[in-house]
Design a protein around this ligand. Structure first.
Ligand SMILES: [Ca+2]
Length: 346
């Protein structure tokens, strides 16, 4: 805040006044400076309390290390002053390596966040080992190599117990850890503030894509358990909406340049083959929705997961209903998303 100043139209009058009335002049300066200090202090304090008040307590569950979008999402969470990130849990194959990549991002951001490797395999079905291709970059970046063993679910449970009604669970991968949590501790869903998930395939047809959404498919039993839980607020941003956040290779290189995002840039060298010449920022959009709900429009209803029919295993079905316990994202504002995403790094 600029200081309050006693000014005169012409310097010569100021000198004249100072010579004739030195005491009143000095006193007026002292009083003005004192008022300025009080005003500045109260404004600063108000700003601090406002930011504190606006912070959201988040635990993120992620399959970071396969596609690049998890890392882009985590970088956003770590940089966002509105995000009080209480912990990171990892899920699917080689969860310790995924935790190492998460720790590299935390160290790079100068943050010390608890990290817990979670489930490597689905609850009941067999899946081939899912390797962590981005672990190739780890030798070039500082990272932790040891983590608490087999404690991810207990960690989430304990953190929710310490903050009842305040935690937003943000899920960016298959739902195995969360389903385990809800099964072992059935009281937990009602103790959450909300769950926000990158999960499902709902209203819109994506050209060239007739499969299920990956997070629902990989462990469809887990997805079924999570969708049946009674959570105060349950938001799914499906692949039919997240797939609108697309960047060409050239645009990605400009926006996530080696100079500005060196670790992300390194990790992005190892991307899944099916992305071709583009990057789809599924998880960054869902992470941004936690703090900017208006990025999407929503519809209420009931989501169910097919886990019985061989041809449609993992398919998510949405039935619109005004008093439904689920919400799905329907549209997204791509321009505002990018604006909000990059604003946290300024
Ligand atoms: Ca993911």
């Amino acid at each position: 805040m600029a200081g309050l100043k006693v000014t005169f139209p012409y310097p010569v009058f100021q000198i004249f006044y100072y010579i004739l009335f030195p005491l009143p002049f000095l006193l007026s300066r002292v009083i003005c400076n004192y008022i300025h200090k009080i005003l500045s202090l109260s404004i600063t304090n108000t700003k601090i309390s406002y930011e504190k008040f606006c912070r959201m307590k988040v635990i993120v569950d992620t399959d970071i290390g396969s596609d690049i979008d998890d890392a882009i999402a985590l970088a956003y969470l770590l940089a966002n002053p509105q995000c009080e990130l209480l912990g990171i849990t990892t899920v699917t194959g080689e969860p310790e390596k995924r935790a190492m990549i998460a720790s590299a991002l935390c160290i790079d951001a100068g943050r010390d966040i608890p990290i817990y490797p979670g489930a490597a395999n689905p609850l009941f079905i067999e899946r081939p080992l899912r390797k962590v291709i981005q672990a190739e970059v780890l030798p070039g970046w500082a990272h932790h190599t040891t983590f608490p063993h087999n404690q991810a679910v207990q960690f989430i449970r304990d953190t929710i117990y310490k903050n009842p009604g305040e935690i937003t669970l943000l899920t960016l991968g298959p739902l195995t850890n969360i389903a385990e949590l809800f099964t072992l501790y059935p009281e937990i869903p009602s103790m959450l503030k909300s769950i926000v998930m990158m999960c499902g395939y709902f209203l819109h047809k994506i050209e060239g894509w007739n499969k299920c959404e990956w997070n629902a498919l990989w462990d469809y039993d887990a997805a079924d358990i999570v969708y049946k839980a009674d959570i105060p607020s349950n938001i799914s941003v499906g692949i039919d909406v997240t797939s609108k956040i697309v960047l060409s290779n050239d645009d990605f290189d400009k926006m996530f340049s080696r100079e500005k995002f060196p670790l992300i840039h390194d990790l992005s060298s190892y991307k899944a083959h099916y992305h071709g010449n583009q990057f789809v920022l599924h998880d960054p959009l869902v992470s941004a929705v936690v703090f900017n709900r208006n990025l999407c429009s929503y519809r209420k209803g009931i989501i169910s997961v097919d886990k019985n029919n061989k041809e449609s295993l993992g398919l998510t079905c949405f039935e619109p209903k005004n008093d439904g316990r689920h919400e799905i994202a329907v549209t997204v504002n791509k321009e505002v998303f990018f604006e909000k995403y990059f604003s946290v790094f300024n």
